[in-house]
Ligand binder design. Structure first.
Ligand SMILES: Nc1ncnc2c1ncn2[C@@H]1O[C@H](COP(=O)(O)OP(=O)(O)OP(=O)(O)O)[C@@H](O)[C@H]1O
Ligand SMILES: O=C(CO)[C@H](O)[C@H](O)COP(=O)(O)O
Length: 358
């Protein structure tokens, strides 16, 4: 990842967020920008179908904007949007590099409403650039520009449950068409999207619960936060005792739990040959205000004050996943990114012309 580029004062920090469509990227981005304060909105006065979100410190660009084939083009050539042949990685690399070096770019816009490529929009270099989408870690040149990378790994069962919830309940699609769309994407997902998780500094893995035998509802989730060891400016979160293996059932006097309860675990592991720490939560919170009890047992969480995680979770209680490990771990990763940004900025101030990546 951090490919040894010399970064100097004024450079942008680049974060990559990879996931399939409908995997919670937008929700994660809303949690992340909230940690930095201020609301994120599309570029003012621009294309109403822009995929970009800008806040004081952060600009989020959607990598769908680098589709080289529009909807009709993909249909004619028989390729999906996940296929690298439908994406312009040369342009993605050139533009992310320019933004990282403080240079504004005219970025294309892929219009999800019309399926066409719209005229480009001007993107100025922000303090923090987030590139989110299908392929932030696919091209080694783009991967080397990332200061930190995240992969949202939603298991097939859960992805299916979420798709049904959104596309059937909210968009009126049939069960058959949802199944067909997932099946049609799967070979390219397996070939081009899923392998990127090996490069991620943090992976949020979302699985069916183990607390309910043979659960097939996909409502109660087991969520793992897999954190790579040895990543500059990133100290993995731990539960009780760093490096030990811990199982914890927090339900009792201080945490209300209804069926099927809540269990946490933490410990060292290996992931694609890398040493990692894994924090896992299975189950869901009944009362979000009681999350403070769990928060107070976690360390290295990069909060600025006691209870900041609980405050963030309460603030966005209406976001999907706020009562389970998806919301909790997305919030924690947001705080870790703020911490990473502040450490790099502080280092630059003290040694402006030195590499921040060593
Ligand atoms: N943590 C979660 N728990 C339950 N459902 C979720 C969660 N995250 C996302 N979803 C479901 O998935 C849908 C898509 O979420 P979101 O818009 O954040 O994903 P996305 O990856 O940005 O999607 P797209 O790329 O299609 O715009 C939500 O409307 C919701 O139904
Ligand atoms: O996988 C996707 C990423 O969001 C989209 O399906 C892809 O961008 C193509 O868009 P559309 O479905 O609007 O043609």
């Amino acid at each position: 990842m951090r490919g040894g580029e010399i970064t100097c004062s004024g450079d942008t920090i680049v974060i990559g967020l990879a996931a399939d469509s409908g995997s919670g990227k937008s929700t994660f981005m809303r949690r992340l920008t909230s940690v930095f304060g201020g609301a994120a909105s599309p570029p003012k006065g621009g294309n109403p179908d822009s995929n970009t979100l800008i806040s004081d410190t952060t600009t989020v660009i959607c990598l769908d904007d680098y589709h080289s084939l529009d909807r009709t083009g993909r249909k004619e050539k028989g390729v999906t949007a996940l296929d690298p042949r439908a994406n312009d990685f040369d342009l993605m690399y050139e533009q992310v590099k320019a933004l990282k070096n403080g240079v504004a770019v005219e970025k294309p816009i892929y219009n999800h409403v019309t399926g066409l490529l719209d005229p480009p929009e001007l993107i100025k270099s922000p303090k923090i650039l987030v590139i989110e989408g299908l392929h932030p870690m696919y091209d080694p040149r783009v991967r080397d520009l990332l200061d930190f990378s995240i992969y949202l790994d939603i298991s097939n069962e859960v992805k299916f449950a979420w798709k049904i919830q959104r596309d059937m309940a909210e968009r009126g699609h049939s069960l058959e068409s949802i199944k067909a769309s997932i099946e049609a994407r799967k070979p390219d997902f397996d070939a081009y999207i899923d392998p990127q998780k090996q490069y991620a500094d943090a992976v949020i893995e979302v699985l069916p619960t183990r607390l309910i035998p043979d659960d097939n509802e996909g409502k109660v989730l087991r969520v793992k936060l897999i954190m790579k060891e040895g990543v500059p400016y990133f100290n993995p979160v731990y539960l009780f005792d760093e490096g030990s293996t811990i199982s914890w059932i927090p339900c009792g006097r201080k945490l209300t739990c209804s069926y099927p309860g809540i269990s946490f675990s933490y410990g060292p592991d290996a992931y694609f040959g890398h040493e990692v720490s894994v924090l896992e939560m299975d189950g869901q919170f009944d009362r979000l205000d009681e999350l403070i009890y769990v928060e107070s047992h976690l360390s290295n969480i990069s909060t600025k004050f006691y209870g900041e995680i609980t405050q963030q979770m309460l603030k966005h209680a209406d976001f999907p996943g706020s009562n389970n490990g998806t919301g909790l771990f997305q919030t924690i990763v947001g705080l870790k990114i703020r911490d990473l940004f502040e450490q790099i900025a502080a280092k630059r101030e003290s040694t402006p012309l030195q590499s921040t990546k060593s």
